[in-house]
Design a protein around this ligand. Structure first.
Ligand SMILES: NC(=O)c1ccc[n+]([C@@H]2O[C@H](COP(=O)([O-])OP(=O)(O)OC[C@H]3O[C@@H](n4cnc5c(N)ncnc54)[C@H](O)[C@@H]3O)[C@@H](O)[C@H]2O)c1
Length: 358
């Protein structure tokens, strides 16, 4: 099967479904993406976890080898998802598949299909799984600071670190979709089929994190509007000039990929009774684009960074908060990032990027 085409991966397509025993597994959608790479490695190291992966493109062998099985398919393809879930007893879903903010703004209706209809498909099937095995299915959903929409720069600067319930009027389709995903999760957890006589109480245990921009040393970003941070670093490490698409004084929060994966796993492992909300902010560090430039030039003195703001992408980043207040995550499930901006460069990015690009 060619990448991008929906269907069951050749590794399993020939096996009759009736002949398979349902084994317990954790499902990861969007497994081939930046976070999928890192999360699957971490999940595979978790004792007793069997990972079933899904993505619209074929997984790289390094990711595939950590999975019990891998499916090439579209989260909008409800029949495919049904077949997948008929093969496994899934008690945990990490739903990462998404069309990110920049891509979503070029094709908003497609973004809605993937980000909202895809999420709805998975929630519905997860609720059916819960009914069939009689216990809730844990559903972990990475949301984004794109869920926020601050009206203007002055308000953004005055707002500082925003709390989860402020400024929820996103300016992008991606942000609208993420907010919709959060609400759908909350509905499936607490209210699904409210009037049905045979309803199951709380079929879904929904947990979501609003991530800031994530910086990975091992993968290149594509399609996000916070990509200028990681792009600047990867370009400098390769000796390529970089034209930053936002102003030097632009500030939003970021974190490293190891911290993002740690947040996902910590929230997933937290005792339910400790959780006071479905959706949590997490913060790492909140540099300006100029702070990235300064650190990049210190570490790569020959790097060439220029600033050529793109009005559209700038307006998106200007609607996102300068920082987020993550006191709920810290209090409820012990969130604490390992990296600040300096240690992100010196302990995580520099060694791995040097190894990657020689
Ligand atoms: N990377 C960030 O900075 C960041 C920040 C906030 C939130 N997030 C969220 O974290 C999650 C993972 O992000 P990422 O950085 O790994 O993104 P990514 O673009 O690298 O990965 C997304 C994956 O989803 C897959 N996908 C897209 N459409 C699909 C479909 N219809 N069916 C099945 N798979 C499909 C893609 O092929 C890709 O492998 C996303 O939900 C994203 O919104 C990421």
């Amino acid at each position: 099967m060619s990448p991008g085409k929906s269907g069951i991966h050749p590794a399993v397509s020939d096996r009759p479904l009736s002949g398979l025993r349902r084994s317990r597994a954790v499902l990861v959608t969007g497994a081939g993406g930046e976070m999928g790479h890192a999360l699957i490695e971490a999940l595979a190291a978790r004792e007793g976890t069997s990972v079933v992966a899904m993505d619209i493109r074929e997984l790289e062998p390094g990711v595939r080898e950590h999975c019990e099985n891998a499916f090439v398919g579209d989260v909008c393809d409800a029949q495919l998802l049904e077949r997948l879930l008929a093969m496994y007893e899934v008690d945990e879903v990490f739903h990462l598949a998404a069309l990110l903010s920049t891509r979503g703004e070029f094709a908003p209706e497609t973004a809605h299909q993937v980000n909202v209809v895809g999420t709805l498909n998975l929630l519905k099937l997860a609720a059916e799984q819960a009914r069939s095995h009689g216990r809730p299915v844990k559903f972990v959903f990475p949301s984004s600071i794109a869920a926020y929409g601050i009206p203007d720069l002055d308000t953004k600067r005055k707002a500082g670190a925003v709390k989860e319930d402020q400024f929820l009027e996103p300016h992008t389709m991606y942000g609208v979709n993420k907010l919709a995903g959060e609400h759908l999760g909350r509905y499936y957890e607490g209210h699904y089929r409210k009037l049905a006589k045979d309803r199951m109480e709380r079929p879904i245990d929904f947990r979501s994190i609003r991530f800031p921009g994530i910086i990975s040393a091992d993968t290149l970003p594509s399609g996000g509007t916070s990509d200028y941070g990681p792009e600047m670093i990867h370009a400098a490490a390769q000796g390529k000039p970089y034209a930053c698409f936002v102003r030097r004084d632009t500030r939003i929060p970021f974190m490293t990929m190891p911290d993002a994966v740690d947040a996902v796993l910590r929230l997933a492992a937290a005792p339910k009774e400790r959780l006071t909300r479905c959706v949590y902010n997490v913060a790492g560090f909140a540099p300006t684009a100029g702070d990235f430039e300064r650190l990049v030039l210190e570490r790569f003195p020959k790097a060439k960074v220029s600033f050529q703001p793109d009005a559209g992408r700038q307006s998106i980043v200007d609607s996102w908060p300068e920082d987020v207040n993550d006191s709920a995550a810290r209090g409820d499930w012990g969130w604490s990032p390992r990296h600040d901006l300096e240690t992100a460069f010196d302990q995580y990015l520099m060694p791995r990027i040097a190894a990657r690009y020689g």
